[in-house]
Ligand binder design. Structure first.
Ligand code: PMP
Length: 438
């Protein structure tokens, strides 16, 4: 399929996280997707190396999902989610709760990862108020964390570029140091060094007082800033400090959720149970925007039981929370994950993927490689300025037939769990060809 693009058809759409002016010179338009492939407007086939944007473990265009959505829209296209319920929402909440660790059984639906983070942060505050500790208002985030682009998320997040144009955002936030250590360079999986970085949380407790801190939020593996795998013992230590001081631990599992690291969530992959988890993306295999935040039962019960009977317990929600089409996509997706053993399929592919990933270490332009499960990050030597080499590489990879994600000078790979070994080979051959000439 070829699609005509006239220059002025690019005039009105302000593209997110994109070099808009540069894009016009040579637009990268994607017009069709199936399995692990995209097609551009010229009809060229490209390999999807990042599951869209970490969204499609099952590959693109699964009929079971698109048909479930079409049927749902024809039956009940929309219903108000406030004071009314639709069956798909209850079913999806049950399915999600069955995948999260025991004791996290209460699911709040949103439309994105960013909204899931805001929901998690607001409910953390509401919990402490309901629990008689309204002074717990401080959030602890982490350098190089990514928690979406809303005000709460950019405040606890640690990507400077995402904050600097927008002023100071939330005032009462501290950041742990990030976990990207030279001592763990080129180490597959979890590094041996740096668990003590979690003690930064104890330092904030000492500095601000434990009873001023509401929650600590981290991604189990920081994804968008280049796949920073936590050192061994790090998450365990964060959990222990939170327990000691009544601080809620939030895992932002927007990327790590739904099997990316093997088990359903990072929580199970690392054997550390948070109090709140956020998710999105693979919840619907990317087909319809949807996110969720899942809460430990005590958080839910404390808030709900503190309100008089018969009244609304939590003044929070979105018009499109639990949208029927999104629930249909979510239910069809989670049913496929179960019936097809998708997480196990991903886990079976992961060692091969990781082996190929770390085999790129001999290329002169490659400075560091990190990876776990079906997630990989490759740091490139900086070019003329920060990010220029990354962006040039993205363009060259696209020309060579790969759609991937670049953050500054780091390439990120996150294949669909259904990717065949031949396609993994093609992915790394293309990478080797392109990176070898840089
Ligand atoms: N949290 C994490 C960990 C993410 O990776 C992302 C998106 N990559 C978000 C939040 C934000 O999600 P969204 O773009 O759907 O708002």
């Amino acid at each position: 399929m070829t699609v005509q693009v006239s220059p002025n058809s690019l005039d009105n759409y302000w593209m997110p996280f994109t070099a808009n002016r540069d894009f016009r010179q040579d637009p990268r338009l994607l017009v069709r997707a199936e399995g692990v492939s995209f097609w551009n407007h010229r009809g060229d086939r490209l390999l999807d190396a990042c599951s869209g944007l970490f969204c499609v473990p099952l590959g693109h265009g699964r009929r079971e999902i698109t048909e479930a959505v079409a049927t749902q829209l024809a039956t009940l296209d929309f219903a108000p989610p406030f004071q009314y319920g639709t069956p798909g929402a209850f079913e999806l909440a049950r399915r999600v709760a069955a995948l999260t660790p025991n004791g996290l059984d209460h699911v709040f639906f949103t439309n994105s990862g960013s909204e899931s983070v805001e929901t998690a942060m607001k409910i953390a505050l509401a919990y402490h108020r309901a629990n008689g500790e309204p002074q717990r208002q401080r959030f602890i985030g982490r350098e190089r964390g990514y928690h979406g682009v809303n005000f709460g998320g950019i405040s606890v997040g640690g990507m400077v570029k995402n904050r600097e144009a927008f002023g100071s955002a939330l005032p009462v936030v501290s950041h742990l140091r990030h976990t990207h250590l030279d001592a763990n360079r080129m180490t597959p999986g979890q590094g041996a060094h740096g668990a003590d970085l979690a003690d930064d949380l104890q330092r904030f407790v000492d500095l601000h007082g434990a009873t001023s801190i509401a929650a600590c939020i981290v991604e189990p593996v920081a994804g968008s800033t280049g796949v920073l795998v936590p050192p061994k013992g790090y998450l365990e230590r964060l959990r222990a400090i939170c327990d000691r001081h009544g601080i809620l631990l939030i895992f932002d599992e927007v990327i790590t959720g739904f099997g990316r690291l093997g088990p359903a969530f990072g929580a199970q992959a690392f054997g550390v149970t948070p109090d709140i988890m956020t998710m999105a993306k693979a919840l619907t295999n990317g087909a319809i925007p949807m996110g969720a935040a899942v809460f430990r039962n005590e958080i839910h019960d404390t808030i709900v039981n503190s309100a008089p009977a018969g009244t609304i317990e939590l003044f929070h929600g979105y018009t499109y929370s639990a949208h029927p089409a999104a629930c249909a996509a979510g239910n069809a997706t989670l049913a496929l994950y179960e019936s097809e053993g998708t997480f196990a399929q991903g886990a079976a592919l992961a060692p091969y993927f990781q082996e190929q990933l770390f085999a790129l270490a001999d290329l002169p332009v490659v400075r560091d490689i990190r990876g776990l499960g079906l997630l990989g990050g490759i740091d490139l030597a900086q070019g003329e300025g920060p990010g220029t080499r990354g962006y040039e590489t993205l363009k060259r990879l696209f020309a060579a037939g790969l759609v991937t994600r670049v953050t500054a000078d780091t390439l990120i790979l996150a294949p669909a769990f259904v990717m065949a070994r031949d396609d993994v080979d093609r992915l790394f051959e293309t990478l080797r060809d392109v990176l070898g000439t840089i």
